[in-house]
Design a protein around this ligand. Structure first.
Ligand SMILES: [Zn+2]
Length: 181
């Protein structure tokens, strides 16, 4: 999916890019620019700013007001609204820093570009074609998996809650019908 996010959501931006989404983000963009970019480039606007969210919806822009405090909560909110999977697939993953799609790079080519330990311990590497940053699923990957697990758990909880809401709404409707009879 294509997103544009406000300046308060830098961390979420990196997550969404890793999940393979095209995310525009800059702390230099003001509200008017964010709205224009969302409209012109058909991007969903993610924001922590209620006034901006209201402006967006008034203009018919696809927007989501994020209430979660942690990355796990925010990712669940985005996943719920847009139905995006909370799994990182390196075949579609993007550079968290600059949004370009990362590409596999052979171990030989990585060579001295990473520390010796990393080179010895890992065999799969990816590189960003834009900023040349090299990625591998190192020790930090455990933390990444944990955050995604938390996000999926949050998603399950909120979906279960809305199922209950839906269920009770149906019950109310049924009762109303019965009362009318
Ligand atoms: Zn990059």
């Amino acid at each position: 999916m294509k997103f544009v996010v406000d300046g308060m959501l830098g961390k979420l931006t990196r997550w969404l890019r890793m999940l393979g989404h095209n995310v525009k983000y800059s702390i230099k963009l003001d509200d008017a620019q964010l709205l224009m970019m969302a409209k012109k480039e058909k991007r969903a606007l993610l924001t922590r700013d209620l006034a901006l969210y209201q402006q967006a919806t008034a203009k018919g822009i696809n927007a989501l007001y994020l209430e979660g405090e942690t990355e796990g909560e925010r990712l669940a909110e985005v996943a719920k609204r847009y139905g995006i999977p909370l799994d990182i697939d390196m075949a579609t993953s993007r550079c968290p820093k600059c949004n370009a799609k990362v590409k596999p790079i052979s171990k030989e080519k990585v060579g001295h570009k990473v520390q010796k330990n990393t080179f010895t311990n890992y065999n799969e590497f990816w590189q960003c074609p834009k900023c040349r940053q090299i990625y591998w699923q190192g020790a930090h990957w455990t933390k990444i998996r944990k955050t995604l697990d938390t996000a999926r758990e949050n998603l399950r909880k909120t979906c279960a809650k809305s199922d209950i809401n839906l269920h009770s709404q149906i019950l109310i409707r049924e009762r109303r019908k019965q009362n009318k009879r």
